[in-house]
Design a binder for this molecule. Structure first.
Ligand SMILES: Cc1cc2nc3c(=O)[nH]c(=O)nc-3n(C[C@H](O)[C@H](O)[C@H](O)COP(=O)(O)OP(=O)(O)OC[C@H]3O[C@@H](n4cnc5c(N)ncnc54)[C@H](O)[C@@H]3O)c2cc1C
Length: 396
């Protein structure tokens, strides 16, 4: 497709930017992505995608590819940190797909990202410019001029800021949005399953809840790799960066007294491969767009990962943005339609993710038992979270 003044410029080739590019190209628009990094890729950790996101993957023609490299968990169990007592379970696998019409997948981030890149290249080869950091933009009623860090400028019809949690595009649209440290920092690690006892955790996903901390355990790549994340309350500030390592002994000490299965995971991990990152909360934005620039994904609504929905929201955004552009006569009307429809849903997800921090970290076993007894997570999430289909939800 030749470049025209109608070209849509996307800042960032993360899961949000790639999905947006594919949705827009499939809708017949021209797209270019400008990515700051010198190479495309994702970190070596897991990511969960529920039906509200996997509908879009089917629409993009990549669902079977993703399914082939994913793990489809039978259930996610909420368990007490020390005894392992099961407090509640979410039905996944066949039940999730039968209820919502699309599967619940647990994926290696690098696989997910690579499959989206493959699809993008099939739709438009050379769509991505690397080493291209977007620093800002100027706009008129008809066009946007995007500035890059190396001094170049690029003209287009619309700039989509999919440039993540520290978004430069957001700074211009909404001003400084200072992160606030939540008090939690997340360990993330992976362990090859061959190192673990046979039938470890029966292949089930689990969320282990306990005073001031919780841990999430699930499998990837057809069950051959285990993904572990532990969110632990910690006064000390750690950089909000996925690539910072911390000493294994710190992890071991912080999970002392936890269930033997958790100890098995901690004891089997490569000791120099323990990453940790600070989890920040960001205030909700009142403004997601100007005349010719708009935000998507973490740039618009960074969240705590306690509903496993950050990237899923970015995927939903991508589908609704493409639909809004197709349904509107002007770009400005499309951006208003998109923001009007996406803001309430993403706010709810961000708020409920934050509420889960309180629930998962209650101070005693009795409080945890009582709080979980009052809830039915399976029904709640089915009713509003997983049942949303961004491809056909009515746009108000
Ligand atoms: C511990 C943890 C577990 C999680 N688990 C899940 C889960 O199970 N399910 C789920 O859905 N979500 C999960 N998330 C959230 C998910 O990782 C993010 O919401 C998602 O990656 C956001 O995607 P994005 O494309 O908006 O941003 P990013 O992935 O941050 O991508 C932004 C891209 O923009 C580029 N960029 C940045 N600045 C510029 C610039 N100025 N110019 C050009 N390019 C730029 C970056 O290099 C990057 O490639 C989790 C998060 C954490 C911390």
């Amino acid at each position: 497709m030749a470049r025209t003044n109608e070209t849509i410029i996307i800042a960032g080739a993360g899961i949000g930017g790639l999905t947006a590019a594919c949705c827009l190209l499939q809708a017949g628009r021209d797209v270019e992505i400008y990515e700051r990094a010198p190479a495309l890729g994702e970190i070596g950790a897991g990511i969960q995608q529920s039906a509200n996101a996997t509908h879009v993957m089917r629409h993009l023609g990549v669902l079977d590819r993703l399914r082939a490299v994913a793990y489809l968990p039978p259930v996610t169990e909420f368990r007490l940190f020390d005894s392992g007592e099961v407090l509640q379970a979410l039905s996944l696998a066949a039940t999730h797909e039968a209820r919502h019409g699309a599967p619940y997948l647990q994926l290696h981030r690098a696989d997910f990202h690579a499959i989206l890149v493959e699809r993008l290249e099939a739709l438009k080869p050379d769509c991505v410019r690397l080493d291209a950091e977007v620093t800002g933009y100027a706009e008129t009623d008809d066009a946007v001029t995007v500035r890059l860090a190396d001094g170049r400028t690029v003209e287009g019809a619309l700039l989509v800021g999919a440039d993540g949690i520290k978004s430069a595009v957001r700074r211009q649209i909404a001003g400084e949005n200072k992160p606030e440290y939540t008090g939690d920092s997340a360990w993330r690690l992976t362990v090859p399953v061959e190192r673990l006892p046979r039938g470890f955790l029966d292949g089930k996903s689990s969320i282990w809840v306990g005073p001031d901390k919780h841990a999430v355990v699930y499998f990837l790549r057809g069950g051959t790799l285990l993904n572990f994340v532990a969110a632990i309350e910690l006064d000390e500030w750690i950089e909000e960066s996925w690539t910072q390592k911390r000493p294994w002994a710190e992890l071991k000490a912080e999970l002392a007294g936890w269930h033997p299965d958790i100890q098995t995971i901690v004891d089997t991990v490569d000791r120099d491969e323990c990453y940790r990152w600070a989890l920040n909360a960001h205030p909700h934005l009142d403004r997601w767009h100007t005349r010719r620039a708009v935000l998507l994904g973490d740039a618009a609504h960074p969240t705590l990962p306690y509903l496993a929905q950050g990237a899923a929201m970015a995927v939903e955004d991508a589908a609704v943005l493409a639909r809004s552009l197709s349904a509107s006569r002007t770009v400005e009307a499309a951006l208003a339609l998109y923001a009007r429809n996406r803001m309430p849903r993403t706010r709810r997800i961000v708020d409920e993710s934050r509420d889960n921090r309180r629930l998962f970290h209650l101070k005693s076993v009795d409080e945890l038992r009582a709080a979980f007894a009052r809830r039915n997570m399976d029904r709640e999430r089915s009713n509003w979270l997983y049942s949303y289909n961004p491809l056909d939800v009515p746009l108000a």
